[in-house]
Design a protein around this ligand. Structure first.
Ligand code: HEC
Ligand code: HEC
Ligand code: HEC
Ligand code: HEC
Ligand code: HEC
Ligand code: HEC
Ligand code: HEC
Ligand code: HEC
Length: 501
């Protein structure tokens, strides 16, 4: 008796293809099965309500050499064996790009044998060691597309005995250029190195402040596990209950199943709401001074600064106290907000063949990176401002040319730097007693010092030049008035930067 037969004998002769778009959990589907439900199952979904009566075997026995991978039970319907029970994940996954990966490969006109392992269920992306399994072992069409088992690993043992906790196919979300499972095994090398770029960024760099990744009070933003927890994502993954710190891996920003947001992101990037926007969920630690006199400066103020709300210390009589000051970068004119600039879009030639062009979104998160001889961003290189690419500013349609954007950048950063120099020089003349972070009094000097810190983050001049300038000019004036200091000689306190620039 084959394994497939045993399963069928044990549990079902009739399987209901309950594929309503509902959130019915696997337990329900499995119980219905185990109870030997014959024939009719009433499925009440959130969208439709229907009765399903369709006898068919859950799966054909896998061909020899498949190593426990099951693949599709109904390829035309894009229904992997797993999707029969896990109807929630199924309803989402079937709409993702992964579910169409085989067609993409075939239709590209460049398909060759070595391409196939990443566009199918194979040893790539899961716990299987580097031996041929699934498609690469059998060329059985049931393994086409990036299916559940591409990430989860072989499902046979689990499907035979879903209650066994040991054989549940729990996926890993770790990524690394050396790792043998997770998203990274497919998303690097062949066409373009998403992983390689990500690993150079502070989200991915393993050496970057690992001490904060599990520290209480820091882990909700600095660590991958902490962020998922903070967002209420309690799905099972291999590293969930370990204590090994890890950074902001692919599956923190990307939802493995859900296509609701562009790029299969967990949260949208085009929503200006600070609690909803993916990037702003973390990039908003301290944008205004702590109440109670703390002297600590800004900490990841980029979100509030970009949308011009809840940011900076407002000096007494601040002329814009009741106005929201928004740079163009935070308005409707820039719908993808942070992602427009920080996920630099460019075209690369397929690295493996040199045969065709792919359009990618850079994952070094650098908006104005250095480039190599082919014009491809190189996050590790060091170069002058003139040598950097400002392509994300012009290809997005926002600036007429790279040079125009570069000039605007230089004008704004120079102006902000001058104001910061002036303000810091004034603050040096303020009596030290004005900077007492232990008393309950929040002084003008402490507030102005916070704003100087905001201006010292050079990118503030891009994230919101107009507001940054206004806060600095008003701070300079306030410090002078408060402490009777002389007027400036080398900066004007007029707000020169054009919000439309
Ligand atoms: C016969 C129905 C059935 C099939 C087919 C099935 N599962 Fe499951 N699966 C279950 C049940 C039941 C559980 C336990 C759920 C629980 O304890 O809440 C489960 C648990 C899981 C879990 C752990 C998550 C959790 O909530 O405990 C994962 C991951 C998983 N299945 C993945 C898969 C994958 C991948 C496939 C395809 C290879 C698959 N399943 C096929 C019924 C099934
Ligand atoms: C077996 C290889 C493989 C694994 C493992 C894999 N991917 Fe993919 N991924 C692909 C392929 C191939 C495509 C392109 C599909 C297409 O365009 O038809 C793709 C496309 C994507 C896209 C583009 C979606 C879009 O709408 O354009 C995202 C995002 C993505 N993958 C994220 C992930 C994440 C996150 C993981 C890990 C949780 C992962 N992938 C694991 C092969 C894989
Ligand atoms: C190492 C894994 C891997 C190999 C090998 C591989 N691909 Fe892909 N392919 C991916 C991933 C991951 C994506 C989605 C992300 C991206 O665009 O880089 C993808 C996307 C694509 C796309 C969609 C590109 C787009 O811009 O939407 C095409 C077409 C494609 N692959 C064709 C091929 C061809 C042809 C080969 C062989 C010459 C091949 N792939 C080999 C992993 C691979
Ligand atoms: C609400 C999210 C959030 C929390 C909580 C958080 N951080 Fe951060 N932190 C960030 C972000 C986002 C950055 C990167 C932005 C930047 O460099 O301006 C960052 C950057 C940093 C930096 C680098 C600053 C620099 O100028 O390069 C340090 C150091 C740091 N955090 C320490 C901590 C410590 C220690 C804790 C816990 C006590 C903590 N953070 C809690 C979001 C957070
Ligand atoms: C691109 C990789 C990938 C693909 C494809 C994929 N998953 Fe997952 N799956 C994951 C990861 C990573 C997690 C854990 C993190 C999460 O859910 O956000 C997960 C979690 C799960 C869970 C656990 C949910 C819980 O609440 O504990 C189930 C069940 C599951 N997947 C089933 C499926 C099924 C069924 C399919 C196919 C229809 C599928 N997955 C396709 C990567 C993937
Ligand atoms: C800090 C968040 C973040 C992390 C971490 C992250 N991504 Fe992305 N990714 C994005 C955003 C934002 C987009 C752009 C989505 C859009 O265009 O709407 C994107 C797009 C993509 C796309 C689609 C590219 C295209 O050309 O359309 C792929 C594929 C992808 N990411 C893979 C990965 C992989 C693999 C990893 C891990 C190595 C990863 N991402 C890590 C935020 C992230
Ligand atoms: C889970 C929280 C989190 C999310 C979501 C997140 N970031 Fe970050 N980001 C951080 C932290 C923490 C750091 C700084 C880490 C450090 O320096 O220790 C950082 C660093 C950065 C850096 C500095 C990169 C470098 O290598 O110099 C940029 C730029 C950035 N993030 C942009 C983004 C963008 C754009 C998004 C949305 C697509 C985003 N981040 C989403 C937490 C997050
Ligand atoms: C108009 C383009 C643009 C937009 C929109 C944008 N940034 Fe930036 N960002 C930049 C530039 C330019 C730099 C400076 C990069 C450099 O000096 O290499 C930068 C730098 C950063 C840095 C590095 C640390 C720092 O502050 O100096 C972080 C973190 C960051 N941005 C996060 C974000 C986040 C989060 C968003 C969305 C809330 C965002 N950015 C929106 C262009 C942009």
């Amino acid at each position: 008796m084959t394994e497939g037969d045993r399963f069928r004998d044990k549990m079902i002769r009739i399987w209901s293809r309950a594929r309503a778009r509902s959130r019915w959990g696997p337990v329900w589907a499995y119980r219905a099965l185990a109870a030997g439900v014959f024939g009719m199952v009433l499925v009440v979904g959130c969208v439709d309500e229907r009765e399903v009566f369709l006898p068919f075997p859950l799966y054909e026995d896998p061909p020899s050499g498949a190593a426990g991978f099951l693949g599709y039970s109904d390829q035309d319907q894009k229904l992997p064996v797993c999707g029969n029970c896990h109807v929630g994940q199924q309803a989402e996954w079937e709409q993702t790009a992964h579910a169409g990966a085989w067609a993409t490969l075939e239709e590209s006109g460049h398909s060759q044998t070595f391409c196939e392992g990443c566009h199918t269920i194979s040893e790539n992306g899961n716990v299987t060691a580097d031996m041929a399994v699934g498609w690469t072992a059998t060329s059985d069409p049931r393994y086409q597309d990036v299916q559940c088992e591409s990430c989860h690993g072989p499902g046979l043992e689990h499907v035979l005995n879903p209650d066994n906790n040991v054989t549940k196919p729990i996926p890993s979300i770790l990524v690394g250029t050396e790792l043998t499972n997770g998203c990274g095994e497919c998303h690097q090398g062949a066409h373009h190195g998403f992983v390689d770029e990500w690993a150079q960024s502070r989200h991915g760099d393993a050496a970057n402040r690992p001490q904060y990744r599990e520290r209480e009070g820091c882990r909700s933003c600095h660590g991958g596990r902490g962020a998922l927890e903070a967002w209420g994502i309690d799905a099972e993954y291999v590293e969930k209950d370990s204590t090994e710190p890890f950074g902001i891996v692919c599956a923190v920003c990307h939802d493995p199943h859900d296509p609701a947001n562009s790029g299969q992101l967990r949260f949208p990037v085009d929503d200006p709401d600070i609690e909803t926007n993916l990037c702003m969920k973390c990039h908003q630690r301290r944008a205004v001074p702590d109440p109670g006199g703390s002297s600590r400066g800004p900490h990841s103020p980029q979100g509030p600064l970009l949308i011009g709300e809840g940011v900076g210390w407002q000096p007494p009589n601040f002329q814009y106290a009741n106005t929201r000051i928004l740079g163009t970068h935070g308005t409707e004119a820039n719908q993808r907000l942070c992602a427009t600039c920080h996920l630099n879009a460019y075209e690369v030639t397929d690295a493996a063949t040199g045969d065709f062009l792919l359009s990618v979104k850079g994952h070094s998160f650098k908006p104005i990176p250095c480039v190599d001889a082919e014009g491809i961003p190189d996050a590790t290189a060091d170069c002058t401002l003139q040598e950097r690419t400002f392509a994300s500013c012009s290809t997005s349609g926002c600036h007429g040319s790279e040079d125009a954007a570069r000039s605007a950048y230089i004008v704004a950063t120079d102006r902000i730097a001058d104001l910061v120099t002036e303000l810091n020089a004034l603050l040096e003349q303020v009596p030290a007693s004005a900077f007492n972070s232990d008393d309950e009094v929040f002084t003008v000097a402490e507030g102005a010092d916070f704003n100087a810190g905001l201006g010292e983050i050079t990118s503030s001049a891009v994230h919101n030049p107009f507001l940054t300038e206004a806060l600095l000019t008003a701070s300079i004036q306030a410090v002078r008035d408060e402490y009777g200091l002389p007027a400036a000689t080398n900066v004007t306190l007029l707000n020169l930067l054009d919000p439309e620039g």
